[in-house]
Design a protein around this ligand. Sequence first.
Ligand code: ADP
Length: 190
Amino acid sequence: MKNIILFGPPGSGKGTQAAKLVKKYNLLHISTGDLFRYELGNNTELGQLAKSYMDKGALVPDEVTVAMLKKKVEMNPDVNGYIFDGYPRTVNQAVHLDYLLKGKKQKVSGLIALDVDDEEIVKRLLRRGETSGRADDKDEKVIRQRIKVYEKETSPVFDYYDLNKKSTKVDGIGSLNQIFNRLCEVIDKV
Ligand code: ADP
C-alpha cells in the first residue's frame, strides 16, 4: 500500500505525472482541482463556491476541501493506495489527511515535490491557458497570485512531512520521461 502526495507549485506537472504514475503503480489519482472542476462542470453549489476562489487564485476554504476529499477517499476504500495531487495545500489539510488515513490504518508513504522555478511556471501556465479553457491559467496576475499562495500557505506542508523524513524534492525540469523516472526512483523506495 502506497499513499503518495505529489507536491509542487501550480504548473509543475503534477497532473501529467500523476496520470502516468497511477498506471504503473495501480493507485487511485485524486486531484482536488479536478474534483472542483467536475463540480463546476455540473454547475453544482460546491462548483459555484469553488469557482469564486479559483478565479482569484485563492484557496477554497479548508472545511469545504477537507470534506470533499474525505468523501472521495471513503467512496474508494479498496484500492492499492492513492496519489494525492493538489492536496494537502495547507498544514491543516495535511493534519486532516493523516487523521483520515490513520482511521484506515494507513499513512502517507511519502511526499514528492516537483521543483520548478517561478518564471518557468508562469510560461507553462500561460501556454496551458491557450488550450485548457481554464480561466485561472489565462491571467498572469492570477497565476502570480497562485504562486504567492503556494509559497505562503502550501510550501509549509513540505516541512511538515519533512519532520518525519517523508519529503523529497525532485527536479521538475526535463522531458516527461526523465521526470517520470526520477519520481519512480523515489516511489520505489518509500
Ligand atoms: P494548479 O495546480 O495548476 O493550481 P489545481 O487544479 O490543482 O491547479 O487547482 C486549481 C484551483 O483549485 C486552486 O488554485 C484552488 O483555488 C483550488 N484548489 C485545488 N485544490 C485545493 C486544495 N487542496 N485546497 C484549496 N483549494 C484548492
